[in-house]
Design a binder for this molecule. Structure first.
Ligand SMILES: [Zn+2]
Length: 331
């Protein structure tokens, strides 16, 4: 009897013991630093997870690199920081590299296009920013609000969205290169000849690959770090999108940070709108240090970054969960 039990136990050990020792991919301990998707339910109020302090720390790391004009070694370092942070949070980052002619000669630009997961077909919304800084020969321009603020916030948005994988898969995060004009924004025969290089290329690529039809709308962040942030909405803001952003801001009692500008603002949202992706530009254009040597880190406020991050997340959570409906201007 005892022998029989022993034999049975031995057989069980052989059958199951061997199995237990076999390491399945799911059972493998994570490599240090490797991304592990969240296992619990997503936060019900995900907009509360956005940390202005974390966004500010990313913005500081960008500023600490110094001026970061397109094609510079410093901008490559900025890219490395962005890619590392996004990868750490489960995003796949595509480097969209292209060369364009500029008034200073040919420049190679790199957009960073980030998607959560492998598929390129689940994204419906774009949240974007530029990460280059304007080139100046006479001043040291580090673009704290104009470049670093929105870039840092977008890096923090990647972390927060990864807490809700179903939501993250619906969003494409884009870091545009070459937003700044090398000399100044100007048109030749009705076509923009300087500036918005990255967003023009991205929009053209979306049209060429057919992905423009997949994307329902977008939010652009630019110059959102000012401590007295006044988001000046351009008259070309898509009306329905603006109402939805206002509703999200109202719910957070942040409607007061928005005002309507009477000046049309040319920015990275313009090529997206032309490509049939209704996109709103959340820009604090009311900023006294714009394109001056004084656009430095000390002007940035974590609260401003947090406010813009929270409003955008609340809008995403509200809207991305609704059945698809067409916006005016959407292709
Ligand atoms: Zn600028």
């Amino acid at each position: 009897m005892t022998k029989q039990i022993l034999a049975a136990a031995l057989a069980l050990l052989i059958v199951f013991g061997g199995g237990c020792k076999r390491k399945t991919p799911a059972g493998e301990p994570a490599r240090p630093g490797a991304y592990v998707p969240p296992s619990g339910p997503p936060p019900a109020e995900i907009w509360k997870e956005f940390s202005g302090a974390k966004a500010l720390a990313h913005a500081k790391a960008q500023c600490d690199l110094g001026p970061r004009p397109s094609g510079s070694a410093e901008l490559e370092k900025a890219r490395a920081l962005i890619v590392a942070e996004l990868t750490r949070n489960g995003w796949n980052v595509e480097r969209q590299t292209f060369t364009d002619t500029t008034p200073r000669g040919p420049v190679t630009f790199v957009n960073l296009v980030a998607r959560y997961g492998e598929s390129k077909k689940t994204q419906q919304w774009v949240v974007c920013s530029h990460y280059d800084t304007k080139i100046f020969d006479t001043i040291r321009f580090v673009g704290a609000s104009d470049g670093a603020s929105s870039t840092g916030a977008l890096m923090e948005l990647a972390r927060v969205l990864s807490l809700d994988p179903a939501l993250a898969q619906r969003v494409e995060l884009v870091f545009f290169d070459g937003e700044e004009a090398v000399v100044q924004y100007r048109e030749t025969n009705g076509v923009l000849a300087d500036g918005l290089y990255g967003s023009r290329h991205y929009a053209k690529d979306l049209a060429a690959t057919g992905r423009a039809k997949q994307l329902r709308g977008g939010v652009l962040w630019d110059m959102i770090g000012n401590s007295r942030l006044n988001i000046t909405l351009s008259p070309d803001s898509p009306a329905q999108l603006m109402q939805e952003i206002f509703a999200a801001a109202d719910a957070l009692q942040l409607r007061g940070i928005f005002s309507l500008s009477d000046r049309t603002i040319l920015d990275d949202h313009s090529p997206l709108n032309e490509a049939g992706i209704p996109t709103i530009d959340l820009i604090g254009f009311d900023y006294p240090y714009w394109h001056t040597a004084d656009d430095t880190f000390d002007k940035l406020s974590p609260q401003s970054l947090q406010n813009v991050g929270a409003v955008t997340l609340r809008w995403l959570k509200n809207t991305a969960g609704q059945p698809a409906k067409k916006y005016a201007g959407q292709n």
